[in-house]
Design a protein around this ligand. Structure first.
Ligand SMILES: Cc1cc2nc3c(=O)[nH]c(=O)nc-3n(C[C@H](O)[C@H](O)[C@H](O)COP(=O)(O)O)c2cc1C
Length: 212
């Protein structure tokens, strides 16, 4: 749908990151579904470690990260599996989003999020489940469809090209799904604002009606 903005966040610090390659395919899926897209590559960003001491005057790269994530209608997150969980660099990016807690609405309020992992083995769903805790803490909504890519070394070439057509389709579909659900959320928000306007108009037009 035109006008929706979907932001991809992830990849590892490895140059030929498979989790970033997976993210790029899903972001393309969102674009094909009509959204405007942006990919925040953790290697390129080079975020400092989260520190409360930096909160008052965060570095420019942190401001870019949090503003871009805040302004999105939906996101796609992708992390490699490191020791049974998300990577430290991915979690660090998520920790910076804590700064959005003072905004109104706070955090990633009502953003729709699609989850991806790339694992050497077959337990990538653990990464996706761990991410979901963070989605909830940030007031987002994870779409039920997820793509934990197993045996990622076989699925992606060093160039980042996907060598498994089924995985490519799944990632593409996840991007489309985030756009589809984000479109429903944005329609609801429009209806909600419309209802508020109607309510205000009624109160103004009805003398003596106590506004609540
Ligand atoms: C520090 C480290 C820990 C890893 N731990 C696991 C693991 O617990 N389970 C697994 O299946 N693969 C593990 N792997 C393999 C990575 O998940 C796999 O190579 C993945 O494709 C890396 O993603 P990337 O190319 O985006 O860096 C580990 C790799 C590294 C470097």
């Amino acid at each position: 749908m035109a006008g929706l903005r979907i932001v991809g966040l992830g990849g590892s610090l490895r140059e030929a990151s498979r989790s970033r390659a997976a993210l790029a395919v899903a972001v393309n899926g969102a674009s094909a579904a009509g959204a405007s897209v942006e990919l925040l590559d953790l290697r390129e960003l080079g975020l400092p470690m989260y520190s409360a001491a930096l909160e008052a005057d965060p570095p420019a790269v942190v401001r870019t990260l949090i503003d871009t994530c805040y302004e999105a209608d939906g996101m796609l997150w992708s992390s490699p599996m490191y020791n049974g969980s998300v990577s430290g660099s991915f979690k660090n990016a998520i920790d910076w989003l804590h700064l959005l807690g003072t905004r109104e609405p706070p955090y990633l309020h009502d953003e729709v999020i699609g989850l991806i992992s790339a694992a050497g083995g077959t337990q990538g769903l653990q990464v996706v489940n761990t991410m979901e805790f963070s989605v909830r803490s940030l007031r987002g909504w994870a779409v039920p469809y997820v793509v934990p890519v197993p045996r990622a070394t076989r699925v992606f070439a060093e160039s980042g090209a996907v060598q498994d057509e089924l995985v490519e389709q799944q990632l593409h579909m996840l991007g489309e799904e985030v756009v589809r659900v984000a479109e429903r959320f944005s329609r609801d928000a429009t209806l909600h604002r419309q209802a508020e306007c109607d309510d205000t108009a009624e109160r103004v037009a009805t003398p003596g009606l106590v506004s609540g």
